[in-house]
Write a protein that binds this ligand. Sequence first.
Ligand code: SAM
Length: 221
Amino acid sequence: MPDPRCSCCYDDTFDRRLAEQELRDYRRRGPGRASRALVDALGRGDAKGRTVLDIGAGVGAVHQLLLERGAAAATDVDASRPYLDAAREEAERRGIADRVEFRHGDFVALAPEIKAADLVALDRVVCCYGDVDALVTLAAQRTRRRLGVTLPPDGRIARAVVGLMNAWQWLTRSSFRIYAHPHARVVAAARGAGLEPAGTAAVGMWRLLVFERPILTADSR
Ligand SMILES: C[S@@+](CC[C@H](N)C(=O)[O-])C[C@H]1O[C@@H](n2cnc3c(N)ncnc32)[C@H](O)[C@@H]1O
């Protein structure tokens, strides 16, 4: 079992070649469907003036689009140095790098140093991390308004596919593993941190789960 807190294996799995390839695809074709759906869900109502925490941002699509829709500032925390460099390069190209703080490392280890944000994204990240409870709990604790998570579908078929993918990882001697965590664990972790489920959607081969922090009124206190 690989150490889920090891960011060196993320640098190897999400390496420079992959980061450059994804950046080229992103520039040519724009963000993928899951990222677009997540941006729409997080920015619903109004993204203007909001702060964003994009955990495992990859080349940075989610926070870049939210900043372009008027969000005030973003933090990108990524365990892969090459992906973080690609996100910074793209933010510079778009003229928004001065509104992004880039942090390299495992979010679960860095969480005590990471500021809470209005909008928090875990876009295709939960499937890359073993300790789903810690990852989602810490992300939810840092969510002031809305948390969006994209992840593989629930159930036996998804877990069988992921099992085959992990067999390939093992055969190629990679220590990286993919996870099809039960959605109930994600929901329980988000609820445990005070968020409420606010919607789900199927987006191609991904599932989108959205959570919101209830607004406390004088009556509900
Ligand atoms: C499959 S990529 C997804 C990238 C991007 N969010 C997207 O959807 O295109 C997973 C990303 O999450 C990062 N990641 C995984 N676990 C992480 C953790 N615990 N802390 C920070 N980054 C993490 C990886 O380094 C990688 O950049």
